[in-house]
Design a protein around this ligand. Structure first.
Ligand code: AMP
Length: 412
């Protein structure tokens, strides 16, 4: 079904055309008609599915032209996501006179306050800074007609739910509410019951599975060789841009430093960096100034970074759904991408949990010509278990050095 048949306003149809979208994505097909019909919606879909436009288009369609507001409030867990969603709203609303603003912490209040005082239709915000503004009396939320709680599970992880509730209490009861969340743990379920009216759940199939276009493999390695393997991988992989995920800020800094020493143009993104540093890292990565972005999970989740050719999990994600989110950075917009996960012996149970979650085994591979030290991960598998010994040639892999295909030698 084309965008023209979904009941969107003419300005929105022009907007999607200008963005180069040819047809709606599955989540857009399901969510747009529901929001247009005034139905509260709970949406879950993989990252990179077009989730933002799925709520932005039907909401903008119903706003008409500029009026006192804000009439739309979108809550986001991080500043980067807030900035990204603001840009999406602006882009889609380019053929209207609607005004979009964003407020988040880490920057001064001045620009945000004057933007809000001059009148905006759509406000995208992180909870903490929004509450600060409300307490200062910069503006009120009593004109809000559409409330969007985006990445609700991440807001829960980050401890924002009490703030979210305080904000929802300041919005009119008579409103449309939509909530997007990869998972619905009990805390989100109670938020849903409290904040939403008979919501319809839209779950896009294969939410648990990584995009089909992503080729993902595991590199078993001894703990003390992880950094060496990463360095060699980056030397041999023919990448355009790569995100390296680390478990902690400290590791992200350390890896960033090591890669810089190896002459890679590296940016580091985590929550201890200043807002200016974070913006600079993202901008530089997007415009190609940095070829490698080393990031912690919280800092990078959900960010729409285009054309990432490779994702490397320097650390195995602790939560299976984070694996899907992380490798969702690549293989976007139908470009095929490669995702590599470095695995050490103590990651075994996490990797098993990931494989159960995604319903498939991830191939174990070895990098050719890398002098591996022993790890018990190279032991002969039990029947049915995938290991490096069972690896088939990986089609389309962009490794210049080639994979190791021979049997793994057992330690005597
Ligand atoms: P999101 O899941 O909202 O982060 O969107 C992921 C990416 O898909 C963004 O770069 C969007 O601009 C893009 N996108 C959204 N809808 C469509 C569509 N219908 N066709 C092509 N690209 C889209």
């Amino acid at each position: 079904m084309p965008f023209t048949k979904l009941g969107l306003s003419e300005a929105m149809v022009h907007g999607v055309k200008a963005m180069g979208y040819v047809e709606p994505t599955p989540i857009q097909l399901r969510v747009i008609p529901s929001i247009l019909a005034g139905q509260d919606v709970i949406g879950s879909a993989q990252t990179g599915t077009g989730k933002t436009a799925a709520f932005a288009l039907p909401i903008l369609s119903q706003l008409g032209s500029h009026a006192p507001g804000p009439r739309v409030l979108v809550l986001e867990p991080t500043r980067e996501l807030a900035a990204q969603v603001e840009t999406a709203f602006r882009d889609l609303a380019r053929f209207t006179d609607l005004r979009v603003a964003v407020v988040y912490g880490g920057v001064g209040y001045g620009v945000q306050t004057s933007a809000m005082r001059s009148g905006v239709d759509v406000l995208v915000a992180t909870p903490g800074r929004l509450l600060d503004h409300l307490q200062r009396g910069t503006f009120k939320l009593d004109a809000v007609q559409f409330l969007v709680l985006d990445e609700a599970d991440r807001m829960l992880d980050m401890g924002f739910l009490p703030d979210v509730r305080r904000i929802v209490e300041r919005c009119p009861r008579q409103r449309h509410t939509s909530l997007f969340s990869a998972t619905i743990p009990p805390e989100i379920d109670s938020l849903v019951k409290w904040a939403m009216k008979s919501p319809q759940t839209v779950e896009i199939g294969m939410r648990r599975r990584p995009a089909e276009t992503v080729k993902h493999v595991i590199y078993p390695v001894a703990d003390d060789q992880k950094a060496d393997l990463l360095r060699d991988l980056l030397e041999r992989v023919n990448y355009d841009s790569v995100i390296v995920f680390c478990r902690t800020k400290h590791r992200a800094d350390r890896i960033g430093m090591m890669l810089r020493k190896n002459n890679h143009a590296v940016a580091v993104l985590h929550s201890n960096r200043t807002q200016r540093e974070r913006e600079d890292a993202l901008r530089g990565f997007r415009d190609g100034r940095f070829e490698v972005l080393v990031a912690t999970d919280i800092a990078a989740r959900g960010l729409d970074i285009a054309n990432v050719s490779h994702v490397i999990n320097f650390d195995v994600p602790q939560h299976p759904e984070d694996y899907v989110h992380r490798i969702g950075r690549t293989g976007r917009a139908e470009a095929s991408g490669d995702a590599f996960t470095l695995m050490v012996a103590e990651d075994e149970s996490h990797v098993r949990a990931i494989e159960r979650f995604i319903g498939q085994q991830v191939e174990r591979v070895k990098l050719g010509d890398f002098t591996y030290r022993y790890t018990r991960l190279f032991e002969q598998p039990k029947a049915g278990e995938a290991t490096a010994t069972t690896v088939q040639k990986v089609r389309g892999a962009r490794i210049r050095g080639g994979y190791f295909y021979g049997p793994v030698r057992r330690r005597r």
